[in-house]
Design a protein around this ligand. Structure first.
Ligand code: E4P
Length: 213
């Protein structure tokens, strides 16, 4: 499983990229709004920083508007992936954009049929939102396992991005259940690195080292 960062904050993206673990970035309108910067300028900065896929979401709700926004976004850099919401209009836009060889990420997926439809329309990526399902008492991880089984069984090549990740266990379980990618907030990336026994071990090694005569 590969790691993406779920952020529009350039400092976070740089920090994660320096770790050498980053294969891409996902943004969404809420993450961009928090930054208070021009969306297109920020995408320019991010795509210069990270060579992997950078998902940028369209705002239009009709297919025609999504396609035209998608083309504009894709013109910013080669590694832009156009993020499209899971709607009937969104599916039409995914088909049109994929016919133009523009990569797409279908977002806000909450059941397996939505993922299958998105894949058949030509989506490069599908993004089931684990955390938001858990929030309403449904099992987000079950959804990853089901989508993974369907895609394997039918030889579908769209990649599954485990999204709406809230804690380290989501990351491990997404990997076990067949997600190709987890897109993770910076806070959780930091948590993945840490273990109290690692910290204690470093402290002990150092104190033993300093006892040398
Ligand atoms: C993914 O592409 C989304 O941007 C993101 O994972 C949503 O996460 P949230 O449910 O924490 O807002």
């Amino acid at each position: 499983m590969k790691f993406f960062i779920d952020s529009a904050n350039i400092d976070e993206i740089r920090t994660a990229n320096e770790l050498g673990i980053l294969s891409g970035v996902t943004t969404n309108p809420s993450l961009v709004a928090k930054e208070g910067v021009s969306f297109h300028e920020r995408l320019g900065e991010i795509t210069k920083e990270v060579s992997g896929s950078v998902s940028a979401e369209v705002i239009a709700e009709d297919a025609e508007g999504m396609i035209s926004e998608g083309k504009e976004l894709a013109a910013i850099a080669e590694n832009i992936t156009v993020k499209v919401p899971m709607t009937l209009e969104g599916l039409k836009a995914v088909k049109a954009l994929s016919d133009l060889n523009i990569k797409t990420n279908v977002t806000l997926i909450f059941n397996a049929n939505q993922a299958l439809l998105a894949a058949r329309a030509g989506a490069s990526y599908v993004s089931p939102f684990l955390g938001r399902l858990d929030d309403i008492g449904q099992d987000g991880m079950d959804l990853i396992a089901t989508i993974s089984a369907i895609f394997d069984r039918h030889n579908i090549h769209s990649e599954i991005i485990a999204a709406s990740i809230r804690h380290p266990l989501h990351v491990t379980d997404a990997a076990v259940n067949g997600a190709h990618i987890s897109t993770i907030p910076m806070k959780v990336i930091g948590q993945l690195v840490k273990h109290p026994l690692t910290d204690q071990g470093i402290e002990k090694f150092l104190s033993d080292w300093n006892k040398q005569k």
